[in-house]
Ligand binder design. Structure first.
Ligand SMILES: CC(C)(COP(=O)(O)OP(=O)(O)OC[C@H]1O[C@@H](n2cnc3c(N)ncnc32)[C@H](O)[C@@H]1OP(=O)(O)O)[C@@H](O)C(=O)NCCC(=O)NCCS
Length: 204
């Protein structure tokens, strides 16, 4: 694997140096408790109709709140994107796996309201998440993408500097068909070019 860090602050300045319509009218911010109902509605739509999530039923607002608390307890980012004041999507990162040697690797989740897809908001949101996770001290971000046919998610991650890391074939059964798990990965900050240095928050 090429060790060149694939996400740096330059990605962000390039994105904001020539703002298009989306960058001008959208903003990414930290999520709040009152966002949870909209977050739950967005996620439920994709659970019921898409392949991005391998859940089969949309979780309750309370359950999503519990999951968000878990992320925030680690000081990891849970962000939303708004356009014209309407919550259009959300993204967060959690540790990739619970065992402690994984503590510099995070896994991302990102979902947009279907009415707001395809206009650059996913890119804006994921770039902010990458930045926040880099600042947190993470060194790798892993996207576990529901299905090889999820071209939007694969294109989004490629656009944000993720590289293809493998496919687990036919690992999900949903909507009457087998779904692949596509793995993509981005190095953050110095990636593996410097030792993992623990800060208070990377200690699990
Ligand atoms: C994946 C998702 C977050 C992307 O957000 P988005 O705002 O639509 O993406 P953007 O507009 O920033 O575009 C990013 C890239 O995806 C491509 N894209 C977006 N929607 C697409 C679609 N329906 N079909 C094909 N490509 C698409 C864009 O062309 C762009 O690629 P490019 O740089 O090669 O031109 C969003 O489509 C979504 O919520 N999908 C359903 C949930 C999901 O699968 N989440 C990921 C879980 S693994």
């Amino acid at each position: 694997m090429d060790d060149t860090p694939s996400f740096t602050l330059e990605h962000r300045s390039r994105a904001s140096s020539s703002p298009g319509l989306t960058e001008r009218s959208a903003r990414v911010r930290a999520s709040r408790d009152e966002d949870l109902a909209a977050v739950a509605a967005i996620y439920a739509h994709h659970v019921l109709h898409g392949s991005g999530s391998f859940e089969l039923e949309g979780p309750t607002v309370e359950e999503l709140g519990r999951r968000r608390d878990e992320v925030l307890a680690k000081d990891l980012p849970y962000l939303v994107v708004e356009q014209a004041g309407v919550l259009a999507g959300y993204a967060y990162a959690n540790v990739f796996r619970p065992r402690p040697a994984y503590r510099f690797s995070v896994e991302n989740s990102i979902y947009l309201d279907p009415a707001f897809t395809g206009r650059g908001l996913g890119t804006l949101l994921l770039r902010e998440l990458l930045l926040a996770c880099t600042e947190w001290g993470a060194r790798q971000m892993i996207a576990v993408i529901g299905d090889s046919a999820n071209v939007a998610s694969i294109a989004l991650h490629a656009r944000c500097g993720f590289r293809f890391a493998g496919v687990l074939h036919a690992t999900g059964w949903k909507h009457g068909r087998w779904l692949d798990t596509v793995l993509m990965q981005a190095a953050l900050g110095p990636g593996n070019m410097a030792p993992g240095i623990d800060a208070e928050r990377t200690r699990l």
